[in-house]
Design a protein around this ligand. Structure first.
Ligand SMILES: [Zn+2]
Length: 340
């Protein structure tokens, strides 16, 4: 039988894997005796075994909220008495019948779920498993209602287009095993292996608000024209625009980082978080937050798994605007920033 302590250690384990969880993304839950134990909004799974973050939400409260289409959940208290709001994805967990639900922003899944041929490609790879492809739907009640339409197929796996992965099972071990099976089956060769950065990147940033991105791995995002093209094309998944902005800034020939940032700000109405220097690497703001730093890993690992000659599907602009103006999302971002 599933228990909360098992879920907590599973959650922390998932949270430590940047291929599955970046920053405050992803959430896990347990159903027990009419209660949904769910991660609090904005909390990071990586801290699950140190920071009490699971809230007991009565299933009746969730059903009432869902019927009234009311997403503004009240605060509930963790076992240690801290009052917090439940995850914005609470209703999605509640409508799945399995005891354990894991939702992660798996980079392997998002890479497939951002391809125009993704559903077709996964049909072969996930053969024999009960899975459904869920077209992109705004997180929260709209996504939950879209998932409800698929429950007649009794899925154990949901591929959320341009968003991530959900696996569900009746105990923690089975859920974790299922997650591993999916991750193994959908793995693809990565296009980029390394980026050659040199001192010219640091020279470019000298005297500006920019610096060479602190994590060597993310420079591969600017290594090839294909990766730059994918990153520039728009938003592949919600947390990308939430933490890294609605687009990517890219240095054009002869431009300084400051000029690129100004061009970006004029277009998007906000400062860029990172700049691509084609063939050379990535610059990040000097005040880069840990959440953005983790999302850069996520973006790079998604982009390098999208092959050369496939069509990429981006979030439509109205969906990006909806994510950036979303009240529940603002609360989550505030919490995530306060926690780190
Ligand atoms: Zn999500």
């Amino acid at each position: 039988m599933a228990c909360l302590d098992q879920l907590i250690s599973l959650s922390a384990r998932l949270g430590r894997d940047l291929d599955l969880v970046q920053a405050g993304g992803g959430n896990t839950s347990l159903k027990q005796d009419g209660t949904l134990w769910i991660k609090a909004s904005g909390k990071w799974l990586i801290h699950a075994d140190k920071d009490d973050m699971f809230l007991p939400v009565p299933m009746a409260d969730i059903e009432r909220g869902l019927a009234a289409k009311d997403e503004k959940f009240q605060e509930y208290r963790t076992r240690s008495g801290v009052a917090l709001r439940p995850s914005v994805e609470t209703t999605m967990h509640a409508v799945l019948p399995q005891s354990i639900v894991i939702h992660v922003h798996s980079v392997r899944t998002i890479a497939w779920a951002s391809r125009a041929d993704g559903q077709e490609g996964l049909t072969q790879r996930l053969q024999g498993l009960r899975w459904r492809w869920i077209p992109y739907t705004h997180p929260g009640i709209p996504l939950t209602e879209r998932i409800q339409q698929e429950l007649v197929h009794r899925p154990d796996i949901l591929i959320l287009a341009n968003h991530g992965l959900v696996v569900a099972a009746d105990d923690c071990a089975a859920a974790e095993t299922l997650l591993q099976i999916v991750e193994e089956r959908i793995g693809v060769a990565r296009r980029e292996t390394a980026a050659a950065t040199d001192t010219s990147l640091a020279e470019l940033a000298a005297g500006t608000a920019w610096e060479v991105a602190p994590d060597a791995e993310v420079h591969a995002l600017a290594a090839s024209s294909r990766s730059c093209e994918i990153a520039l094309g728009g938003t592949l998944f919600p947390d990308q625009c939430v933490y890294l902005g609605p687009g990517a800034g890219i240095l054009e020939a002869g431009e300084t980082p400051t000029q690129t940032a100004e061009r970006y700000a004029a277009r998007y109405g906000m400062e860029p978080v990172f700049l691509l220097v084609p063939g050379r690497g990535v610059l990040t703001r000097k005040d880069l937050q840990r959440s953005a730093r983790e999302l850069l890993f996520g973006l790079k690992r998604v982009v390098e798994r999208i092959p050369e000659h496939v069509d990429v599907t981006y979030l439509p602009e109205f969906q990006v605007a909806r994510l950036l103006n979303w009240d529940a999302e603002k609360y989550r971002i505030e919490m995530a920033r306060a926690a780190n």
